[in-house]
Design a protein around this ligand. Structure first.
Ligand code: ZN
Length: 256
């Protein structure tokens, strides 16, 4: 579908980029992205994906806005305390960009509903705060062949990774999934409800995952598939490491 005059103006700074252009913008408008968690990471991710004109955005979150969220969850206002996050997010994103269709799921993603939730989407952005949801999202993405862009934060450290076991590298080897990297939930893993996190770090990592989503949709740049970026907010250093596929992985090991 051709871009309207309004869209040509709204997305002019994308269209000027050789790597995106009108064709890339049309791909963004046709894309369907499911965002898991409208928290610290989901808030900036959702704002940038909606601003970018990602045509359909699904949001999965079962929580309500609380006062202690507002230190980092920039999607929400003080007057919205107590309101379901998916509802507040949909209102804000709809006001930002009427081109975007917002679908809301006020629930937790679990092994029981993961495939049903992820099925209608092209790509999943996971910014949740617990391992149960991460594993459920990963396993469903493996089964459905969907790209999983994943962000995580704690205290001053952040991570970004892209999992695509449906893709192969130049040597013909499949790329790893999340479980190849983290086979089981670490013992006594803390969440940021327990450990604290500097608010702007959620902005850095949440925005970075949105950038990787835009790259995967439009195909520009170098995909982060099979790589992990580690960001240290104290030293401002980043490191990019290659993740290995585990042939015995319980999620993707069975893929031919
Ligand atoms: Zn795996």
């Amino acid at each position: 579908m051709a871009l309207t005059d309004t869209q040509l103006e709204r997305y002019a700074r994308h269209i000027l980029l050789r790597e995106i252009g009108g064709v890339g913008q049309q791909k963004l408008l046709a894309a369907k992205v499911l965002v898991i968690g409208a928290g610290g990471l989901g808030a900036p991710s959702l704002l940038y994906l909606a601003a970018a004109g990602v045509g359909t955005i699904g949001i999965v979150d079962d929580d309500v806005v609380s006062l202690s969220n507002l230190q980092r969850q920039v999607l929400f206002a003080t007057a919205e305390i107590g309101r379901p996050k998916v509802e507040a997010a949909a209102a804000r994103l709809g006001a930002l960009n009427p081109d975007v269709r917002i679908e809301t799921y006020r629930t937790r993603l679990t092994p029981a509903n993961a495939e049903e939730l992820i099925g209608p989407y092209d790509l999943v952005l996971d910014g949740c705060d617990n391992f149960e949801t991460r594993f459920a999202a990963n396993d469903a993405c493996v089964r459905l062949g969907r790209t999983l862009v994943s962000g995580a934060i704690g205290e001053f450290d952040g991570q970004i990774a892209v999992f695509q076991p449906q893709r192969r590298d130049a040597k013909g080897e499949r790329l790893p999934c999340y479980r190849c990297f983290v086979p089981e939930p670490p013992e006594g893993a803390a969440t940021c409800t327990e450990q604290g996190v500097v608010g702007a770090l959620a902005g850095v990592i949440g925005t970075w995952t949105a950038l990787e989503v835009v790259k995967e949709i439009t195909g520009f740049g170098e995909s982060l598939g099979g790589r992990l970026v580690l960001f240290d907010g104290l030293s401002a250093e980043t490191r990019k490491v290659r993740l290995r596929r585990d042939p015995e992985c319980p999620a993707c090991g069975g893929l031919p």
